[in-house]
Design a protein around this ligand. Structure first.
Ligand SMILES: C[S@@+](CC[C@H](N)C(=O)[O-])C[C@H]1O[C@@H](n2cnc3c(N)ncnc32)[C@H](O)[C@@H]1O
Length: 202
């Protein structure tokens, strides 16, 4: 099975049923092996050590991306929460997450799916969803934890086979522009709509 799934910040892979899924690439910015205060082992051993703000993958590489970034702005230096979940940078977290979302969409194939997880214990989902370049399709909340599902758009023409040479060229350019804009943090129409209203999921 080829590697069609990316977990962009896998941590210890707690959310995976199969923690060695053959179709998945597990990425994290840390490698860590430690013991938590309750004696349990915490092992973070990604396939790829990388930064979700600048992923080491080509455009359009994956069908499914999982994005579960750190959600804590404040936590104790030696706390188990920090060991397990990492921590947001207090000054740059919004830009970091914006870049992370853009990278997720860049490495997704058109019509690829992004699954985003967020715990709003410290930062409301409203504040975070605005950093994505487009709105989610739907989501689910369990307590303070949200799961949102996005789909990377495809230029309309690509959905209709049988186009001539000129249309095909225009389509490729349009797709390149979407990817370029996402990488450089430019938003497209749906997210402008999103930013102008109060996004709330109950
Ligand atoms: C909420 S945890 C992920 C938990 C994981 N989904 C699980 O099921 O165990 C967030 C992870 O993001 C990682 N992380 C933080 N900043 C990152 C970055 N810039 N690039 C990649 N990973 C990052 C942290 O090391 C941490 O392991």
């Amino acid at each position: 099975m080829s590697k069609v799934i990316l977990d962009a910040c896998c941590g210890s892979r707690m959310c995976w049923f199969d923690k060695e899924h053959p179709a998945a690439v597990y990425m994290d910015c840390r490698e860590l092996e430690t013991e938590l205060c309750d004696g349990r082992k915490l092992v973070i051993r990604p396939d790829v050590v990388g930064d979700f703000r600048a992923m080491p993958f080509a455009d359009c590489s994956f069908r499914l991306v999982v994005f579960d970034p750190p959600h804590l702005r404040w936590c104790g230096e030696g706390s188990w929460m920090k060991a397990k979940y990492g921590q947001l940078n207090r000054e740059t977290w919004q830009d970091d997450l914006r870049r992370g979302f853009a990278e997720c969409f860049r490495v997704l194939m058109p019509h690829g799916v992004l699954v985003f997880k967020w715990n709003e214990r410290q930062v409301k989902l409203n504040e975070v969803v605005k950093l994505a370049p487009m709105p989610p399709l739907f989501g689910q909340r369990a307590g303070k934890t949200h799961w949102l599902v996005f789909m990377k758009p495809m230029p309309e023409a690509l959905e209709h086979p049988g186009m001539d040479e000129e249309q095909a060229q225009e389509t490729v350019c349009a797709l390149e522009n979407v990817v370029h804009d996402l990488v450089h943090g430019k938003t497209h129409a749906p997210s402008q709509v999103l930013q102008s209203r109060d996004f709330d999921i109950e």
